[in-house]
Design a protein around this ligand. Structure first.
Ligand SMILES: [Ca+2]
Length: 472
């Protein structure tokens, strides 16, 4: 039980009593409901993000009623640190959660996580599926659905501790009714039916575990795709390959999710990518079921909907088939869209660079709750109303491997990353001229002023004060 808030029993009882006595904060107007839809290991690989051939009709339809952020970056390319950052509105160096085996509440019990804050402000908070990392749920934050036991195998699929299982393709029968993601959508629909018309607003978080490895989907979703037409990236390689001129640390030698310790032939690579696409279509189908229920109940007009993937992913770029410790564009960029009632820009795309830890302050803002002090993330509500508004904040992300901190800065044009404050190498990419990230300009003296500017941005990153408890 490493995950629970470790309070002494009397303190725990007092906290429970306080929870029971919370009452909704009086508001002038009814607050909107919140529906979070999270997907695990989903990069911006969707029809609405321009992926040709992939079939994601339900998420695409949601995008047409949302502001779609085309350059949204997570703060860490791994589940638990990324989600811990998102759910606190703080950089990973502030949460101290730098790996998959830590609960943020044991380090910072004084912080209200996103669902806890909404619970304290009168929302009926409901969870189903993966919101916090499996085994590290903030159990007190949920009115219903707090994790009460270690997750079953269906939710644990893809653990890197089981390479053989992770690195395989799983075909389901029917609509995948027996899979955890199908059940999560069913639970979400049940919550909507029971709480959608209540006198308190709901905060429903529904997290899908796919397309995380092993790629899993019903047979008919595989059959939508002709494997010979699945595209591979221009820099596809059979095994992780550091491009010429880039630091060795930029591409870890071993994959963490797929093709673990084995080479990918082009044929196998296309089959694996088809399986990832089928798994994305499976998530899309579950999103469709939840949104159909929302519409059926007439709740869409008073519900803020957020769709998000927890970090990027390599599907053969640089020969890599995972996310672990990737500070590349494909490792950090994710789908992020917000459909807020009454926002005239719904249906538009926003090209501004945004950080995903903006989600917490943005939801607080959209729901009229008091702002939270001490967060690093800032509200992007302004961009929901005017997607082209001036915006000059870069996105900062980190990774942590063998006790070495990697840092990334993404601005409108530039992408900079370094390891061990540059002692472990650095990379600078002109993303306008080189979207595939093939040429490192960090050593070119012409770009010294850009390098200095990027390093200046990194001063915003809080220092990692307490080293992580365990090796990540
Ligand atoms: Ca993940």
């Amino acid at each position: 039980m490493p995950s629970r808030r470790r309070l002494p029993l009397p303190a725990a009882l007092a906290a429970l009593a306080a929870l029971a006595s919370w009452s909704p904060v009086a508001a002038a107007a009814p607050r909107p409901n919140v529906l979070l839809l999270f997907s695990d290991d989903l990069r911006a690989e969707l029809g609405c993000y321009g992926t040709v051939g992939i079939k994601t009709p339900h998420i695409d339809a949601l995008a047409r009623r949302s502001v779609r952020f085309d350059r949204a970056y997570v703060q860490f390319p791994l589940c638990n640190p990324s989600r811990s950052s998102l759910l606190t509105g703080r950089y990973p160096t502030a949460t101290g959660v730098m790996g998959n085996t830590e609960f943020l509440g044991s380090r910072h019990p004084e912080w209200d996580t996103l669902p806890m804050y909404f619970r304290k402000h009168g929302y009926v908070t409901l969870r189903t599926g993966k919101i916090f990392h499996g085994g590290y749920d903030d159990t007190d934050a949920w009115v219903e659905g707090g994790e009460v036991r270690p997750l079953g195998n269906a939710d644990r699929q893809g653990s890197t501790q089981d390479p053989k299982r992770s690195d395989s393709i799983i075909i389901l029968e029917g609509d995948g009714e027996n899979h955890g993601d199908y059940k999560s959508a069913s639970n979400a629909i049940d919550y909507l039916r029971r709480h959608g018309k209540g006198d308190r607003p709901f905060f429903l978080a529904c997290g899908f575990s796919k397309p995380h490895s092993p790629p899993t989907a019903p047979r008919k979703l595989f059959e939508q795709y002709d494997v010979d037409r699945i595209p591979l990236p221009a820099d596809f390689a059979p095994r992780p390959t550091v491009p010429a001129g880039f630091p060795a640390r930029s591409v870890p030698a071993r994959n963490g999710d797929l093709f673990i310790g084995r080479d990918a032939s082009e044929k196998e690579a296309r089959e694996m990518k088809r399986a990832y696409w089928a798994a994305v279509s499976f998530v899309d189908a579950q999103v469709g079921r939840v949104l159909a229920a929302l519409d059926e109940l007439g709740l869409r007009e008073n519900t803020v909907i957020v769709f998000w993937g927890d970090h990027g992913y390599h599907l053969g770029e640089k020969g890599k088939w995972s996310k672990h410790n990737s500070l590349w564009e494909v490792g950090l960029r994710v789908p992020y869209m917000i459909s807020a009632p009454g926002v005239s820009a719904n249906g538009q795309a926003c090209a501004r660079v945004v950080e995903c830890m903006s989600m917490y302050p943005t939801l607080v803002d959209l729901c009229g709750l008091p702002a939270v002090a001490g967060q690093n993330g800032v509200s992007i509500t302004r961009l929901l109303r005017a997607p082209s508004a001036a915006w000059d904040q870069p996105a900062i992300s980190v990774c942590y491997v063998q006790r070495i901190l990697g840092r990334s800065v993404r601005t409108d044009r530039w992408h900079y990353a370094d390891w061990d404050e540059g002692r472990g190498g650095a990379m600078l990419i002109d993303t306008l001229k080189d979207p595939g990230e093939r040429t490192n300009l960090a050593e070119d003296p012409t770009y010294a002023p850009v390098l200095a500017e990027m390093r200046q941005h990194l001063r915003r990153l809080p220092a990692l004060t307490s080293p992580p408890a365990r090796k990540s």
